[in-house]
Design a binder for this molecule. Structure first.
Ligand code: AMP
Length: 476
């Protein structure tokens, strides 16, 4: 989901905020669907830590509870007991700077001529304003988000059923949207025609489950069946699952950053284990950027498979150099640069014995703004490392993301402004090596034509129409 971004100089109003989110959906009469949604969201907490919610349908109406905070802070036994029914959708939201409002929390519940529905959205639209212009002038908005535009559009389109309206929505909405919708008695899920964000389907006993990532299915004991195809709609009710292919066909554009950073390593994406893909990225990085060193370490958690891959390929021992305090959360949660910097120190403690007197290779998955890396290098040097060689399992990130990943603006992206050698100097590393685009794509086991590599190439499946403001802001 996305909401308006404070930094209006950087992105077009309304089309802006760049967030990852996690969505779940359960259709399982006779089961505790709210509890299943809760545990599913628990497994998707890495996709968003700002707010979360669950909506449950009991056959005749919907009840929704959403709040700011982590899943574990929002729900307790009492709250879950109030959410009884046979169908549920859940949402966990990611946010960076700007307003953190419960109004932006999801699922969003709306009444329409065909009945009530609750919607949970992961992704970012690129034509929000165009869609907003289609809405009735007196449409009452409660939050400033593209997700709410989708909700209002579904409520106002003329199709007789929700399914008809979703089909039409797929021809109208541009950008990234993986969505789960609950009505009082049915579950719907669909992916945008480009398939930018993931969404998968599983079985739970006689019922069905939808989740952003397969790790959520595994967590509740559901069995993974398959990913939804780009543009596919599934309708789940007492008759089972019906798959409806959209009329809208677009070139596939799965976000590569899901492989690099976002998805959990125990998830499977496009038939490939994220762990194994990252391990291979590390191996390929060692082939492309070998270095004479004593040990290899990784920045926990996302870079660990890549670090182990680098060590495996290079034959150097893999050590744990930094221990992460797991309860701090991702540093990006901190809303400003200063707090982000402090967050890094709060986040890691060095294992000095693994680094003292050693030439250390440190593997991370990405450098975005370049705030984290120099602090990591400093920590490693303070621990007594004699050399620090930084290796990154992604190519330089040189463009912002319009499709749901918080990627900063051109001004903030370090690799959009400095050469690799200048970055090396800035982060105080003895050497710096990035994985090539070709090496990255090869590690996924799939062809380049399947991916959105917008942050690496500037070629996006659908970019917002450039106004003079955007051109100025993006310095294109
Ligand atoms: P930066 O300090 O901006 O260079 O951030 C890079 C670090 O943040 C890396 O260690 C990544 O693991 C992590 N990271 C990269 N992209 C994101 C993102 N979109 N949201 C949160 N963390 C990220």
């Amino acid at each position: 989901m996305a909401r308006a971004y404070d930094d209006t100089a950087s992105f077009p109003a309304g089309d802006s905020l760049h967030e990852e989110c996690g969505v779940t959906g359960i259709y399982a009469p006779e089961q505790d669907v709210a509890r299943l949604a809760y545990f599913g969201l628990y497994a998707l907490q890495h996709r968003g830590q700002e707010s979360a919610g669950i909506a449950v349908g009991d056959g005749s109406s919907l009840v929704c509870y959403r709040q700011m905070g982590l899943i574990s802070q929002i729900f307790d036994e009492e709250r879950l007991a109030q959410l009884q029914g046979s169908v549920a959708v859940g949402h966990t939201r990611y946010s960076t700077s700007g307003s953190s409002l419960v109004l932006n929390a999801q699922p969003l519940v709306q009444r329409a001529s065909f009945g009530e529905f609750a919607l949970a959205h992961n992704g970012n639209l690129t034509n929000t304003e165009e869609l907003r212009a289609r809405l009735l002038p007196d449409t009452a908005f409660t939050a400033d988000s593209d997700s709410e535009v989708l909700v209002q559009l579904l409520a106002q389109l003329s199709g007789p059923t929700l399914l008809e309206r979703i089909r039409e929505l797929l021809t109208l909405a541009k950008g990234a949207y993986s969505i789960a919708i609950a009505t009082p008695s049915e579950l719907y899920a669909f992916r945008d025609p480009w398939g930018v964000r993931p969404l998968c389907l599983g079985t739970y006993g006689d019922g069905w489950m939808i989740a952003s990532e397969s790790c959520a299915l595994a967590t509740v004991g559901a069995t993974y069946v398959r990913e939804l195809a780009p543009g596919e709609i599934v309708q789940i009710n007492a008759a089972g699952v019906t798959s409806i292919e959209s009329e809208q066909h677009e070139p596939a554009a799965l976000c590569m950053f899901e492989y690099i950073y976002f998805a959990r390593p125990d998830s499977v994406l496009s038939g490939k284990s994220i762990y194994m893909a990252r391990h291979e990225m590390g191996r390929q990085l060692a082939r492309e950027h070998p270095v004479d060193a004593d040990v290899v370490m990784a920045i926990p958690d996302s870079a660990v498979p890549g670090g182990i891959g680098y060590a495996t390929q290079s034959g150097l021992p893999y050590v744990e150099g930094l221990i992460k305090n797991r309860y701090i959360g991702r540093t990006f949660i901190s809303p400003n640069q200063q707090m982000r910097s402090q967050g890094v120190q709060l986040k890691f403690n060095p294992v000095i014995e693994n680094m003292r007197g050693k030439r250390v290779v440190v593997v991370d998955d990405s450098i975005v703004r370049g705030t984290t890396t120099p602090r990591i290098v400093a920590l490693i040097r303070e621990a007594g490392a004699t050399e620090v060689h930084v290796r990154i399992t992604s190519p330089p990130i040189v463009h912002p993301c319009y499709l749901g990943v918080d990627m900063a603006t051109y001004d903030e992206l370090i690799a959009a402004n400095l050469t690799i050698e200048q970055i090396r100097v800035k982060i105080h590393a003895d050497s710096l090596g990035y994985l090539s685009k070709e090496g990255l794509v090869a590690a996924t086991g799939r062809g380049r034509e399947n991916f959105c590599l917008g942050c690496l190439t500037g070629e996006y499946p659908n970019k917002p129409v450039a106004t003079p403001d955007i051109i100025e802001a993006c310095r294109e």
